[in-house]
Design a protein around this ligand. Structure first.
Ligand code: PEP
Ligand code: MN
Length: 359
């Protein structure tokens, strides 16, 4: 039998999961207080769309001195809330002792964070303690875009006998001018699916976006570009007041809107609802911005070429010819000619500026 053929499909992990639906994992970045834990469980349960509640117990912080999670105390609150609301729970583990505590406190699913997947020693330590234990494990991509390192981490967990494994795409740290906290690399995820076809894929749009406004866009892209089995979204009763990742958390109500909108896109439903339409418009705007950024990059290369070959930046005849072709084309799309003229002129003049000053 081919390695990984015996991985268990995600909808069989827990009896409450449903085969024909996107798995939704939602919950706070961090567990903060007992009161807030019980409250967020209540709110999430009421949405009726969440399959697992996620929660951070030990937080990997970039700098020391900030809130590092509520630890065992938090696990106790989590356990209490789980019992009251009868919701499965998932937490992040980063070492062997976290795994032992997770098992002790009836955690249903564990995940390994991006800063842990990157370290083979940590992955092996976790794999060793998991040997002989039956708990589903989700493995986030490493912080750097290294597919082999991601697969290596998955293999260590698989070799420990775990058959309920999923990969989570949370984006990659690229110090690049992107609108995202962590750059989504959908190609890498597709390559992972090519290598391990029956590995469930979860997208974590919250850590990709770093910003609540971009979550629906990323979730949608993940569904369009990857084989996406589920979404993991950070959810907080009062995101602005969250102790960690305040900018990217959303309320359970916002979660409901986003998930309903996604469902509507994928069903190709023409249901007219303002939030759905606005989401669609915002997604198109982000597409436009991405395209403009790409165009400017290309324009920079043209600028370099012109400089190298001592060609002047402004080429009025070429520009007029291109502009008239684009206006002709826009007529076929029923777009207002003057409006298109203005947009094209603005883009062109920004390109000229970049070629003049930014090379
Ligand atoms: C988290 O899920 O809260 C987290 C710390 O994520 P990541 O490992 O993707 O940074
Ligand atoms: Mn977080």
């Amino acid at each position: 039998m081919h390695k990984y053929n015996d991985l268990i499909p995600i909808y069989e992990w827990l009896p409450s999961f449903n085969k024909n639906k996107l798995l939704i994992i939602a919950g706070p970045c961090s567990i903060e207080t007992e009161y807030d834990t019980i409250n967020i469980f209540k709110e999430i349960k009421n949405t009726n769309i969440v399959d697992i509640i996620r929660a951070g117990i030990w937080k990997p912080r970039t700098k020391p001195g900030s809130f590092e999670g509520s630890g065992i105390e938090g696990l106790k609150w989590l356990n209490k809330a789980k019992d009251i609301y009868n919701m499965p729970i998932a937490i992040e583990v980063a070492n062997a002792s976290h795994v032992k505590e997770a098992i002790k406190y009836n955690v249903d699913i564990i995940w390994i964070g991006a800063r842990t997947t990157v370290n083979p020693f940590s992955m092996q330590e976790i794999a060793d303690v998991l040997n002989g234990i039956d708990i589903p494990v989700m493995i986030k991509n490493p912080v750097n875009p290294d597919l082999d390192l991601w697969i290596g981490g998955i293999e260590r967990i698989y070799n420990a006998g775990i058959k309920k494994i999923a990969a989570i795409h949370r984006g990659f740290s690229l110090k690049d001018n992107t609108p995202f906290r962590n750059m989504p690399l959908f190609d890498i995820v597709n390559k992972l699916s090519d290598k391990i076809p029956n590995l469930p894929i979860i997208c974590d749009p919250s850590h990709i976006a770093g910003n609540s406004n971009l979550i629906s866009f990323i979730a949608q892209k993940s569904i369009e570009y990857n084989k996406t089995d589920g979404l993991m979204i950070e959810c907080h009763s009062n995101p602005e007041k969250a102790w960690t990742d305040a900018k990217q958390q959303i309320t359970p109500k916002m979660l409901l809107n986003i998930i309903n909108a996604i469902k509507k896109y994928s069903d190709n439903d023409d249901f007219i609802e303002i939030n759905v339409l606005r989401d669609k418009i915002n997604n198109i705007d982000y597409d436009l911005l991405n395209k403009i950024a790409k165009r400017m990059q290309l324009s920079k290369l043209v600028g370099k070429y012109k400089k190298h070959n001592k060609i002047s930046i402004q080429q009025p005849d070429y520009w007029k010819e291109m502009l008239s072709k684009k206006i002709q084309y826009s007529n076929t799309l029923n777009l207002n000619e003057n409006f298109i003229k203005i947009i094209m002129q603005m883009i062109h003049s920004e390109s000229v500026e970049i070629q003049k000053y930014n090379i």
